[in-house]
Design a protein around this ligand. Structure first.
Ligand code: AMP
Length: 281
């Protein structure tokens, strides 16, 4: 695995890759890698000649300084996990190289970034769009891999690519979970054993919606599930939405749309966790 740390090195490496005519699969990450990230790498390897991961904790997508400071950073461990799993290239730029000038770009995703994560994390998707634009302009990948764990992000990235006419194909990959159903996340490292066990209720509640769908109105079901989640001590629900999977707007009736997504954000202690599940009519 080749480790690239500077833009000069990146440019040289990419021009060498281009000369081979090989296809490139890109997996952007913020590090503290787990099996969810590795599943994206596996997919990139399976569908492309070469795999390329980035590790960059993007300061401008954090809306809370504490969250940015506390975000786990484990570069050596991550590099060995990527090498062990057959990654060809890893790029770990500095903040200065990613943002040589402090220009804040403004993106407009219409109604899509006004709900859920967008509503609770002001500026978050603007920061995500800015860093990904920079990556897509630097790295001529054929495909880029994103987890459905960040469902809203995936929808916004697809819009970004369309808007800016990037040539990269965006591929969504399924959520990888712990044995107890908890969606894998770099933030899980900050949970105690007890909190990890408690957090399993998130997925149980999402599955519960799937079972009770069509039996109760979405709004009523939503209220009941929030109550069930908050029965768990120390767990606060930030939002819980049953939304159209394409527009991400809340649904009022089950037959509003054929494809839905149930998205949730909770806080356990100081840790914020998100998860979702798809529903089909
Ligand atoms: P992050 O490092 O949190 O920015 O995540 C990098 C990529 O990994 C994003 O596309 C995430 O959606 C994806 N990802 C994170 N957790 C999981 C998971 N449990 N299963 C699948 N993909 C994931």
């Amino acid at each position: 695995m080749k480790h690239i740390t500077s833009l000069a090195n990146l440019k040289e490496t990419l021009s060498n890759i281009r000369m081979t005519g090989k296809t490139l699969g890109f997996v952007p990450t913020m590090g503290a890698l787990h099996l969810g990230h590795i599943s994206l790498l596996e997919r990139a390897k399976a569908e492309n000649d070469l795999s390329f991961c980035s590790i960059f904790v993007n300061p401008i997508q954090f809306n809370e300084q504490n969250d940015y400071d506390a975000y786990p950073r484990e570069l050596e461990k991550d590099l060995s996990a990527l090498a062990k799993n057959g990654c060809d290239y890893v790029f770990t730029p500095s903040v200065k190289e990613m943002y040589p000038v402090a220009v804040k770009e403004e993106y407009d995703f219409g109604e899509m970034d006004k709900v859920m994560e967008g509503a609770y994390r002001p500026g978050h998707f603007n920061g995500v769009a800015q860093v990904l634009s920079r990556f897509f302009e630097l790295i001529p990948a054929d495909r880029a891999y994103f987890g459905e764990k960040d469902f809203q992000q995936l929808a916004i990235v697809k819009q970004l690519v369309k808007k800016k006419n990037y040539k990269v194909e965006i591929i969504g990959c399924p959520i990888v979970r712990e044995n107890n159903g908890l969606a894998m996340s770099s933030r899980n490292m900050r949970l105690s054993e007890k909190q990890r066990k408690e957090a399993a209720i998130i997925y149980r509640c999402l599955q519960n919606v799937k079972q009770r769908m069509n039996m109760e109105e979405p709004l009523k079901l939503k209220k009941e599930v929030i109550r069930d989640l908050e029965k768990e001590n120390n767990l606060q629900v930030e939002y819980f939405e049953i939304a159209d999977a394409n527009t991400l707007q809340p649904v009022k009736n089950w037959d509003d749309t054929p494809e839905m997504v149930v998205c949730v954000a909770v806080r356990i202690g100081g840790v914020r966790l998100i998860d979702n599940i798809r529903l089909f009519n």
